[in-house]
Design a protein around this ligand. Sequence first.
Ligand code: AMP
Ligand code: MG
Length: 487
Amino acid sequence: MSVAPPPTTAFSDRFARELPEMAVPWQGTEVPDPRLLVLDEDLAAELGLDPSWLRGPEGLQLLVGRAVPEGATPVAQAYAGHQFGSFVPRLGDGRALLVGELTDARGRLRDLHLKGSGRTPFSRGGDGLAAVGPMLREHLVSRAVHALGIPTTRSLAVVATGATVQREVPLPGAVLARTAASHLRVGSVQYARATGDADLLRRVADHAIARHHPAAADAEHPHLALFEAVVAAQAELVARWMLVGFVHGVLNTDNTTLSGETIDYGPCAFLDAYDPATVYSSIDHGGRYAYGNQPVAVQWNLARLAEALLPLFADDEEEAVRLAVGVLDGFGARYGTAWSAGARTKLGLREDVDLATAGTLAADLFELLRAAGADLTGSFRALGPAARGDESALRLLVPDAAALDGWLERWRALGPDAAVAERANPVYVPRNHLVEEALDAATAGDLGPFERLLDVVSSPFTERPGLERYAQPAPAGAGPHITFCGT
Ligand code: AMP
Ligand code: MG
């Protein structure tokens, strides 16, 4: 089935045309009873997609991968990946499709991609499907991450399929439609490298330069400059996660983008009490992707990217390794700078406070929070009132008065500005107990709690009366939270 694209929108099939070796033309599986659960109307408008058209029968068929818009060639993308440290040369879209690319209102090319659209040649043993709960979770958490100003893929819509998905228990099925700067991952480059096709490797790298890091094309070593740009973007991204307490949960190389956007919201969560050792994912037994390990995990993934790109850096392998290591070694400094700059703003300090001073002061506060088991989001938010002279909320969360007094004295000496702090520290993040409550209700057919929570986390920095419950820490005795991949 083919549909006319909505009036203002033109699709392209650039990935499919430029990298056919990594694109298997495919379409979504039939959907018995598609029903729209949620649509990001602002995002639809940015993409030039008319929300009322998307809600109609043709729009729904597009959102589940049954209708092919003019100009598009939907494909399952091939990629490889290190999963928990072990290399799998052929992963790919086992339950997903790249519909095509769209130009958004700012003139940027965006992928439109579906998840849960049925089996593909990459499905291995899987059923190619997704359940309502995990897809709504991706919609909600990616919306929150976007609202926090952190680069991310974005969910356009979730459509219930009317089919049942068999997991531990039977669950209602869904397809998620998301947009991304692209779906190129470290694993995409690893796939190209593993084929042994030098020309394919070069074309993947050039495609990434054109789409994400065009300035690299003019560098003396364009592919090394590409690597450097990815290192910079990822260092910046993981620093942003760390500052807000985001735990991705499954940082395999196929879940690390070349664009620097957050991708693949599986067993992700936001920290409640601050503890770097926190692991939420039910499958992460060794704590490889614990909150505090995320910078190291991302740098490890970037080392795998360097290995895959090596033949493009220099003909002589030793020289290529030397160049790669030179760039990779810069990750720590880039991460440190991004973290300290972000932390300085969270403390409400202006740019004339030097980064080393701000970074040390912030690190000392994080340590106070760890020792107290204090709620991360609430504690940083309490800095605004504290800067205005009301320390009560902060003192409630960090009961060690002597330690806090010493810290507050150093902080006050730097002249913190409450408004600066409040612009940087959210009141509302998708807290685990609220997410669970909303997804349980949605799975049982009641979307009310989900819609309310979505609205709350879409404006995270502005305190609104009546939403006190959404700013409260997890109830005592809630027990450690566990997230599931939901595959
Ligand atoms: P993810 O955990 O979503 O990053 O997926 C890792 C790999 O497993 C990717 O190749 C997915 O396409 C594949 N995969 C995950 N769930 C399924 C499923 N239900 N059916 C087929 N493939 C899947
Ligand atoms: Mg993935």
